[in-house]
Design a protein around this ligand. Structure first.
Ligand code: PGA
Length: 248
């Protein structure tokens, strides 16, 4: 399994930001990374990014419609993402769940739409702070996996991102022991449900990953990569996270 370090630019980035992708491309060409690299810019930059990056690393969308096309004003289909140069799409990010009311069934439908277009889906799960404080983090994540990961998920068409909601953009992270325990739990849920093939499905950690903590987090057992928000916007920071793999 090759680890995946994914950058989620969220609603950040104008055309000038493409210079960061050019810097990243140059740095990765000079020193090919151990991990696979993915950047998910806003929709508006995808096609230009694909042209600038020219397969030096992968590109993805941050969301997609559950529908393949039609009268859905403002929505973007998975096929449109693919057409613009994406090979991945993030689905069920906590900001989508929170601000747009996305339910587990929506996340599952978007995942199926991603697959129909030939995209790999990165399905996000994670508990809130009060759920963790109540001791419910593992059961919450198990429930999210059950309801949002379709039965036909494979290591090829799906990755899971464990992102505790309280760690996103806050500078707070769980302890290494808590991250390792959660990733082991997610792995066992996936294998129980999907079979042994799920041993090869990548489980990413996300939430306040930065250059200073990347080496410790990314080298924990069952952590097969990272989903990085704020620290992916600057090529230098993102590069420091990408190269943190296997250097502990
Ligand atoms: P953050 O965001 O790295 O800024 O905490 C992570 C995410 O939301 O994917």
């Amino acid at each position: 399994m090759r680890s995946l370090v994914a950058g989620n630019w969220k609603m950040n980035g104008l055309a000038a930001g493409l210079a960061e992708l050019a810097s990243l491309k140059a740095a990765l060409a000079a020193k090919p990374p151990a991990a696979e690299v993915l950047v998910c810019p806003p929709f508006t930059l995808l096609a230009q990014a694909a042209w600038a990056v020219k397969d030096a690393f992968a590109l993805g969308g941050q969301d997609c419609s559950p529908h393949d096309g039609g009268a859905y004003t403002g929505d973007i289909s998975a096929a449109m993402l693919k057409d613009a140069g994406a090979s991945y799409v993030i689905v069920g990010h906590s900001e989508r769940r929170h601000y747009h009311g996305e339910r587990e069934s929506d996340v599952a439908a978007k995942t199926q739409a991603a697959w129909r277009a030939g995209l790999c889906a990165i399905i996000c799960i994670g508990e809130t702070e009060s759920q963790r404080d109540a001791g419910d983090a593992h059961s919450i994540c198990a429930g999210q996996l059950d309801a949002s990961v379709p039965d036909t998920a494979t290591a090829q068409n799906t990755a899971i991102a464990y992102e505790p909601v309280w760690a996103i953009g806050t500078g707070k992270t769980p302890t290494s022991a808590d991250i390792a325990a959660m990733h082991a739990h997610i792995r066992s849920c996936l294998v129980r449900r999907l079979g042994e093939g799920a041993q090869g499905m990548r489980i990413l950690y996300g939430g306040s990953v930065k250059p200073e903590n990347a080496a410790e987090i990314l080298n924990l057992p069952e952590v097969n990569g990272a989903l990085v928000g704020g620290a992916s916007l600057k090529a230098a920071d993102f590069l420091n996270i990408i190269t943190a793999f296997k250097v502990v």
